[in-house]
Design a protein around this ligand. Structure first.
Ligand code: HEC
Length: 192
């Protein structure tokens, strides 16, 4: 009797695990809707300078999107480190590689429109509709700040640097399937 119960419990457990595994794999590329902010890059040097400050100093974008070794001292001395990405970040969810933020068309963000860049920063939705991994804290940037950031990124020299694909662990795949959602602006800060 006990043996029978155990066998059946084990079977049920295996079926459950298989079900979760299949659902996890099926839910790796969920897509979401989000509006496109009305943002256009500007050639205004004041705005570009402001964008540079946000990217290099106040929002720490360069810390993640540069693979330069001594990033802190480069930034401290007022240098402009390459933002060609591919910095490797090891997490329990997997090995993540940061995006190449230079305007290179095939390996950077050259093919993203200004509005697509603004949308992923504000609403966490990528060009293909998938949720961006929750590393970035740009959701509450004003239209002016977003314009400044995009304007600065457009002035960078294109650098061809192919970023490896992320390698997710099972925990990462599970989180992508059932937990990851676009990171929306805080209530009241939404520009909708
Ligand atoms: C803590 C590390 C970190 C910081 C800080 C950071 N990023 Fe990122 N960023 C990432 C990672 C990791 C990805 C890749 C995310 C993915 O593939 O879902 C990424 C992706 C991007 C993308 C591409 C999104 C897409 O649609 O594929 C853009 C644009 C971007 N970041 C801009 C910025 C800007 C601008 C800032 C500063 C306001 C910034 N990031 C700050 C880690 C960071």
């Amino acid at each position: 009797m006990l043996r029978k119960i155990l066998t059946w419990s084990l079977l049920v457990l295996l079926v459950l695990i298989a079900g979760v595994a299949v659902a996890t794999m099926l839910r790796q590329h969920l897509t979401y809707d989000a509006p496109y902010p009305n943002i256009k890059a500007s050639a205004d040097p004041v705005l570009i300078e402001r964008g540079k400050h946000i990217v290099l100093v106040s929002h720490g974008c360069a810390q993640c999107h540069s693979s330069v070794q001594n990033i802190d001292s480069v930034l401290k001395s007022g240098g402009e480190p390459s933002l060609a990405g591919a910095k490797r970040v090891d997490t329990p969810f997997g090995t993540i590689f940061t995006t190449n933020l230079t305007p290179d068309a095939s390996t950077g963000i050259g093919r993203m429109t200004d509005a697509e860049i603004a949308r992923v920063l504000r609403y966490g939705v990528k060009s293909n509709g998938e949720a961006v991994l929750p590393f970035m804290q740009g959701q509450d940037m004003s239209d002016e700040d977003l314009t400044a950031v995009v304007s600065y990124l457009r002035t960078l020299k294109p650098v061809a640097n192919q970023v490896p694909a992320h390698e997710f662990t099972w925990l990462g795949k599970f989180a992508r399937a059932f937990v990851l959602k676009p990171t929306l602006p805080a209530p009241g800060k939404s520009q909708l």
